[in-house]
Design a protein around this ligand. Structure first.
Ligand code: M6P
Ligand code: ZN
Length: 187
């Protein structure tokens, strides 16, 4: 087990914007083109600019990826928008090591956390400023921005959890959040 941080410097996060900064903070960007096959209205997805930024993740890995016993943390900045009647959302994943849990906490914006067990049973929790969400092991998680402003949330997860995206790509989630009469609905 190696849980010695690679750097002793602190990272920072801005309470208002949720922006994480500091030594060793990494950033990844997810474009609409990278979310192929995830939105139900494929024709609508095809008509949009593939370079559209759907979300960014800024994260800090103080120990190497895969380290047993460590923790990572990060913030996700999910843009408002829709593909047809479906709100912008994260890819969603199970953890590669299934029993690993995670925390999400909402900094700004409004949305929904979609949760799904391995049997495909899907439910949701409302995300608004200050809500904290415990995601147990074995549960897939995806965030949907149902508002008009960016949805920003913090996350902390075990450094050996890993991401299993393949199961989501093939089977998806059991339910979607779609706009019906101007309101988000779990369908
Ligand atoms: C959170 C964490 C990250 C994850 C990110 C985006 O910040 O759960 O591990 O990468 O959200 O979600 P996804 O990987 O499903 O695109
Ligand atoms: Zn996760």
């Amino acid at each position: 087990m190696n849980t010695t941080p690679t750097s002793s410097a602190a990272t920072f996060f801005d309470l208002k914007s949720g922006l994480i900064t500091g030594d060793g903070v990494e950033e990844s960007v997810k474009l609409l083109s990278q979310l192929e096959g995830l939105f139900h209205d494929e024709a609508a997805w095809r008509k949009m600019d593939p370079e559209t930024v759907v979300y960014r993740v800024r994260f800090w890995r103080p120990v190497p990826d895969g380290t047993k016993g460590g923790l990572f943390w990060g913030a996700t900045y999910l843009e408002p928008g829709k593909v047809g009647d479906e709100y912008f959302m994260t890819h969603g994943h199970f953890h590669a090591i299934r029993d690993r849990a995670e925390y999400y906490a909402t900094v700004s914006g409004t949305g929904a956390l979609l949760l799904m067990n391995e049997g495909g049973q899907t439910w949701s929790q409302t995300m608004t400023v200050g809500t904290v969400h415990y995601i147990p092991g074995g549960i897939a998680h995806r965030v949907v921005n149902t508002g008009n402003e960016p949805l920003v949330f913090l996350a902390s997860w075990p450094s050996d959890a890993g991401h299993d995206y393949a199961s989501i790509r093939t089977a998806g989630f059991g339910k979607r959040i779609l706009e019906r009469d101007g309101m988000p609905c779990l369908i």
